[in-house]
Write a protein that binds this ligand. Structure first.
Ligand code: FDA
Length: 505
């Protein structure tokens, strides 16, 4: 199967990739998507496609011998993680020296494992982060287009107020209010009507059964059910799974050749393929797309890539923390795994924070209030090619997360003071730790728009080579990032199809 040619290849099947493939397919362009993970649509022996959070098995993780859940401990006990067989599971935790990054693996990328929170950034901050992008166009055209295609929906506020499943969020809202802080509802791609039917017993439970980071068996409108289904529906797009792109080079006629390893689900490489294409779209995520380009530049395969490739990475200021509530203030044994409320203190000039009120769906009362804080951390990391391992390594130190911890601390100190409560120190591993500063869910940057690429994601130095994903956003966007990634990809691909693809055919 070596030596095949397709007009367009899209690497990855996450947000940027899915948008690009759909629009290319609609434009009549034969497009091949290459995804290193699996297609998640076949039930295993237990009748479910995905495994649950409380009893994880090999489906949970991308080639690990033990699960690596974000909350590794409870009362310092390692009670949450389980030994498993290495397998092409759905959630990966990529470890760098002083930062680990959670990413999704499979058809749909991060949409398979994420919390589904679909948040449009504050316009003023969007303009600060991406000044060269026409914000009026984004907010009038591309954000609405992304929200519609992603099937973003809103929780019914009346149901939110009455259901036991969001007691944890109401408790946190009241405590934030005592500290003078405002909360806001957070839209989601999880179907809230389905969730209500879960609560009444009319639909099988997923969000209400603690499912999220290892996949939702029901209710979640992940990309395989939205953009990717539509892309396949054009009849022009095909997806190959368990295909990992390892290298990119260019031929004399300007076409690109990809080296691809096809594996089985146990990780054994079955075949090696070389696939050539005219137009190449990188949608392998901040880590994946950046690594492919850093490797291509520094091995000499694509020597004209500029010095900005690998720069401008950040974890979107992600910091998690937990608070201990008084015994008379329980958060509930029943908690929806889908967050629905955030504390919005982004306009605080001293320390902007947007903190999602996260569930801890343990099935028993924990008295814990959990949060994912998104802060404005100006620190940035760099990806550097390591010849010995042929990997891109992330230069980012733990100290670089200190501004993010400071900002989160200033907010949660206020809440603790107003409620005479304390932090939990037992949730993030064996040591005393009240803030997680060594992992993130929102990797952004590495091939920043207008620096490593032009203003539309065309890679500087090469024709017909594009970055479509979270690598374009310079390290921070102030809210959960997938709506921004989607909308930006919509904007860029519209221009690329009009100017590069249509004229080329
Ligand atoms: P994305 O990472 O989605 O997709 C990249 C794809 O490329 C993956 O499928 C990967 O397997 C594949 N790939 C990588 N390298 C490859 C190679 N060499 N060859 C072939 N394929 C390759 N965001 C949000 O807005 N709201 C939320 O609630 C959350 N919650 C959340 C929870 C958890 C647990 C995680 C891990 C993440 C989130 N996020 C989130 C973040 C969000 O999921 C993330 O920002 C997007 O998925 C990024 O989209 P991209 O298009 O950049 O790539």
């Amino acid at each position: 199967d070596s030596g095949s040619f397709v007009p367009a290849v899209v690497i990855g099947t996450g947000y940027g990739a899915a948008v690009s493939a759909l629009r290319l397919g609609e434009a009549g362009m034969p497009t091949l998507m290459l995804e290193m993970g699996q297609l998640w649509n076949t039930p295993a022996d237990d009748g479910n496609v995905f495994c649950g959070m409380l009893k994880p098995d090999r489906r949970s993780s991308w080639f690990k011998s033990r699960t690596e859940a974000p909350l590794g401990s409870f009362l310092w006990l390692d009670v949450i993680n389980r030994d498993i067989d290495p397998y092409a599971g759905v959630l990966d935790k990529v470890h760098f020296d002083q930062m680990s990054v959670y990413v999704g693996r499979g058809v749909g990328g991060g949409s398979l494992v994420n919390g589904g929170m679909a948040v449009v950034p504050k316009r003023a901050y969007f303009e600060e982060v991406l000044p060269q992008v026409d914000a009026a166009q984004m907010y009038e055209r591309y954000f609405p287009r992304a929200n519609a295609a992603l099937k973003v929906n809103h929780i019914d506020p009346a149901w939110f107020e009455e259901t036991e499943w969001y007691k944890f969020a109401r408790v946190s809202r009241e405590q934030a209010g005592k500290a003078g802080l405002n909360t806001t509802f957070v839209p989601n791609v999880y179907d809230f009507d389905h969730m209500r039917r879960e609560a009444t017993g009319e639909a099988p439970k997923s969000a209400l059964a603690g499912e999220v980071i290892y996949g939702n068996n029901h209710g979640k409108q992940s990309l395989d059910k939205t953009y990717l289904a539509a892309a396949l529906g054009t009849g022009k797009v095909t997806i190959e799974t368990l295909h990992r792109v390892t290298a990119i080079r260019q031929q004399a006629d300007g076409s690109y050749v990809l080296s691809v390893d096809q594996s089985d689900a146990n990780g054994t490489v079955i075949t090696h393929k070389e696939i050539a294409c005219r137009h190449l779209f990188l949608g392998a995520g901040s880590l994946g797309s950046t690594e492919l380009l850093v490797r291509a530049r520094d091995t000499g395969a694509l020597p004209h890539l500029n010095a900005e490739v690998g720069e401008g990475w950040g974890p979107n200021g992600n910091i998690m923390t937990g608070r201990a509530n008084h015994v008379w203030n329980p958060t509930g044994a029943h908690q929806s795994s889908i967050p629905a409320l955030g504390i919005d203190d982004w306009d605080n000039p001293a320390a902007p924070v947007f903190a999602e009120i996260a569930p801890m769906p343990a099935g028993l009362e924990t008295w814990v209030s959990l949060y994912l804080a998104i802060t404005k951390n100006p620190e940035r990391g760099t990806f550097v090619y390591d010849k010995a391992t042929d990997r891109a390594v992330l230069r980012w130190t733990r100290e670089q997360n200190a501004p993010a911890v400071e900002a989160a601390k200033s907010l949660f100190d206020r809440i603790n003071k107003a409620n005479t409560t304390m932090y939990r120190y037992d949730l993030f591993g064996p040591q005393l730790k009240n803030f997680s500063d060594d992992f993130c869910y929102h990797p952004l940057g590495g091939c920043v728009l207008g620096k490593a690429t032009d203003g539309y994601g065309r890679v500087a130095g090469y024709r017909n080579l594009y970055v479509t994903d979270g690598a374009l956003i310079p390290g921070s966007i102030g809210v959960n990032p997938f709506v921004t990634i989607t909308a930006l990809a919509e904007r860029n691909i519209e221009r690329i199809i009009a100017e590069d693809v249509k004229t080329a055919r």
